[in-house]
Design a protein around this ligand. Structure first.
Ligand code: 5GP
Ligand code: MN
Length: 323
């Protein structure tokens, strides 16, 4: 069995994939996690993280595992293209395909079995339900619980967004295994390097642009700026959220230039503003209503120019929304 989180994986994608790996291993189904590219350093503490096979670093092993898998699980995405360069190997294997995900618009035709619910806080919350429905005879251990808790915490912004009663029921069941919740939070959030804090200071002090007429704020970083701060994977995570912490701001964006010269964008919104619709219309992206991402084929300054050209189409929507 192979579990594949989405490319540029986050805490929910890696947490859910590792939880599935531990669960299936315990059920005597040998399972590997294979991902296109590296995950943020603050997830290194997760049990089993050292066994994740990263295609960028180990192409032959990753491709062989996918080629010979008898079942492939997509974790935390609903479109096969979200597993990036691994997509063609997944499509070439006619084996059973399972999706476990909470994003809107699942690509149902590419899967045999869907465990999908947009109302779920996180894919990790769905992994817990998956466990309850199919593997409840297996004892939940601290490794599984730590991985699931990580996705709950990261996708809800520490129990701030996307909550429903089951989210807390899940957290409650996880805590009963004896997981150290403070330790988990410390490992995820209190791992700033001095460079990362300086980068954040630079973003807030010199790079934040506020457009009150659009209730929008954005930050953009060029490749050169990222290099000058010695940025590594995960360092830019969460910066976008500062745009939404400004009173009255409903739509926030964070742009950064990738090494290949293209631009990655994170969108966040409040209220009913559809960040995912904006991203899919103008930036080849998608995601949730209030947390989405996309890309632009070109440098960051042109991506921002495109953003500013598209924004007026949503001016009346933004004007009509109040917090
Ligand atoms: P982030 O901004 O943290 O990278 O992503 C926010 C949300 O949008 C996550 O749920 C993520 O899976 C989704 N997302 C990010 N980038 C993309 C993208 O390029 N395409 C799609 N469909 N979803 C994305
Ligand atoms: Mn998720």
């Amino acid at each position: 069995m192979v579990v594949i989180p989405h490319k540029a994986p986050d805490g929910d994608a890696i947490g859910s994939s590792l939880a599935l790996m531990h669960l299936l291993d315990k059920a005597d189904v040998p399972t590997h996690v294979v991902v296109e590219d590296a995950f943020p350093y603050f997830l290194d503490f997760l049990p089993g993280a050292e066994n994740i096979i990263i295609w960028d670093k180990n192409k032959a092993e990753a491709e062989t595992l996918i080629q010979y898998a008898d079942c492939i699980i997509s974790s935390d995405y609903g479109q096969l293209s979200r597993c990036g360069k691994l997509e063609k190997y997944v499509r070439a294997n006619p084996c059973l395909k399972i999706m476990i995900d909470h994003h809107p618009h699942p690509e149902t035709e590419s899967y045999d079995f869907l465990f999908h619910d947009v109302a779920s806080s996180s894919t990790c919350e769905l992994v817990f339900l998956f466990y309850e429905q199919f593997f409840s005879d297996i004892a939940l251990d601290k490794s599984i619980a730590t991985c699931i808790y990580t996705g709950l915490v990261t996708d809800t912004g520490c129990f701030r967004h996307a909550l429903r009663p089951q989210t807390f029921d899940t957290a409650s069941a996880l805590l009963k295994t004896g997981i150290e919740t403070e330790h988990i939070i410390t490992k995820i959030f209190d791992v700033n390097t001095p460079q990362r804090l300086k980068l954040l200071g630079f973003c807030l002090n010199e790079k934040m642009v506020i457009l009150p007429e659009y209730k929008t704020a954005y930050i953009h970083l060029s490749g050169e700026e990222l290099r000058s701060f010695g940025v590594k994977k995960g360092d830019t995570e969460g910066i976008v959220n500062y745009t939404l912490s400004i009173e009255g701001i409903i739509f926030g964006a964070f742009f950064y230039e990738r090494e290949d010269g293209t631009t990655k964008i994170s969108f966040r919104s409040k209220s009913t503003f559809p960040a995912n619709e904006f991203s899919s219309r103008f930036f080849d992206g998608g995601g949730h209503r209030n947390a989405a991402g996309g890309q632009y084929v070109g440098p960051v300054n042109l991506a921002v120019k495109h953003f500013l050209k598209c924004l007026p189409q949503y001016k009346s929507v933004l004007e009509s929304l109040h917090l």
